[in-house]
Ligand binder design. Structure first.
Ligand SMILES: [Zn+2]
Length: 351
């Protein structure tokens, strides 16, 4: 129900009383145990059908916290309003989820989020990664059209948080944690970054070492939608890629940001914004790097698309209402997007 409809028949005195009541009790009203399920119930537009057999679902009472339950008319499968959403199994009310989403949009660290919301560091870690996982769906829907600027950014490998048994086995002790290779080598993670004339942004881990045509195909190639041209540095990977995709290549000489008319200064500007932003998190683990890149793209995109005050409400609905459930232990098994055996080939089984 629209708020306008709800209050249009009230007299001004009641409206003011109503307003005062809301202000006084706002926090309590948003902290009830079924606050998340109420939002999902009101805003989720899809019809309820059983995921197991496709039959219609019927309301089937409520849990002790007031969350609506459903039962399948055919196979008797039961579920609740929050099943498959990010708040499934979460005891935290909307008030806290809302705060954490606000904190994330402001780039707060795990520790700071824990302090601000009076939750444990582990809960803070889990929720942050659950939300970052939810943003992936949003990112997956972004496509690039028209004129595109493209470049690569290289990151060092960081194995923070990787279990010992999943680490490549070294045959000898390394004296330094620094890569013995200077510049771009198979010790560097390549991220393809592209932006189109409508501010749609792509930041994607594509593999190890210098960018190849195949890496472009697997990343940018899957995102093209009526694209016309690409401004890129003269890296040969783009030549074949552009021919295959019937794109005009405006090659910028290596080491320059522009070639008179054409430039890659916008994407280079984004690289420096990204660097500054990532510094806040102190050494991001390679396992979670793509999530951080998605997080950056999400904030960038929302700022371009919406007024600042709309970003928060849009984000609540993107994250809370859609089906974004990931099990807590699945966070720890997020797939490594690079092959460590290639990265450390020369250290493995050398003896
Ligand atoms: Zn069923």
């Amino acid at each position: 129900m629209k708020i306008e409809e709800l209050i249009q028949d009230l007299d001004p005195v009641t409206i003011i009383e109503f307003k005062d009541y809301i202000i006084e009790h706002l926090s309590d009203l948003c902290s009830t145990k079924n606050s998340n399920s109420k939002i999902i119930y009101n805003f989720k537009t899809e019809k309820k059908v059983c995921e197991k057999c496709g039959s219609k679902l019927y309301k089937n009472g409520k849990t002790k916290n007031g969350v609506q339950k459903y039962v399948c008319s055919c196979c008797k499968h039961t579920l609740s309003e929050t099943t498959d959403t990010i708040t499934c199994h979460s005891k935290l009310p909307f008030e806290v989820w809302k705060n954490i989403i606000d904190n994330l949009l402001n780039g707060f660290s795990i520790r700071r989020i824990a302090e601000e919301n009076n939750i444990s560091v582990l809960t803070s870690f889990r929720i942050r990664h659950k939300i970052l996982y939810a943003l992936k769906k949003f990112i997956d829907n972004i496509t690039l059209s028209g004129e595109i600027q493209s470049d690569e950014k290289y990151f060092s490998i960081n194995l923070k948080g990787t279990k010992l048994e999943n680490m490549p086995r070294y045959s000898k002790k390394r004296t330094s944690t620094k890569s013995p290779y200077r510049g771009i080598s198979h010790h560097k993670i390549c991220v393809v970054s592209s932006i189109d004339e409508f501010d749609n942004l792509l930041l994607k881990i594509v593999g190890l070492g210098r960018c190849t045509t195949k890496m472009l195909k697997d990343s940018l190639g899957k995102k093209l939608n009526n694209a016309k041209s690409i401004n890129a540095d003269s890296a040969s990977a783009y030549q074949e890629f552009c021919i295959e995709n019937s794109l005009i290549l405006n090659a910028i000489p290596s080491g320059f940001h522009s070639d008179g008319i054409y430039n890659i200064s916008e994407i280079n500007g984004i690289h420096s914004q990204l660097e500054t932003w990532l510094k806040k998190f102190r050494r991001v683990s390679t396992r979670h790097l793509q999530e951080y890149l998605n997080w950056f793209v999400y904030i960038f995109t929302m700022k371009k698309r919406f007024m600042l005050n709309k970003i928060k409400t849009e984000s609540y609905s993107n994250i809370i209402i859609n089906d974004n459930y990931i099990k807590a232990n699945a966070i720890f098994s997020v797939q490594m997007l690079i092959d460590l055996n290639i990265a450390y080939a020369e250290y493995i089984n050398q003896s």
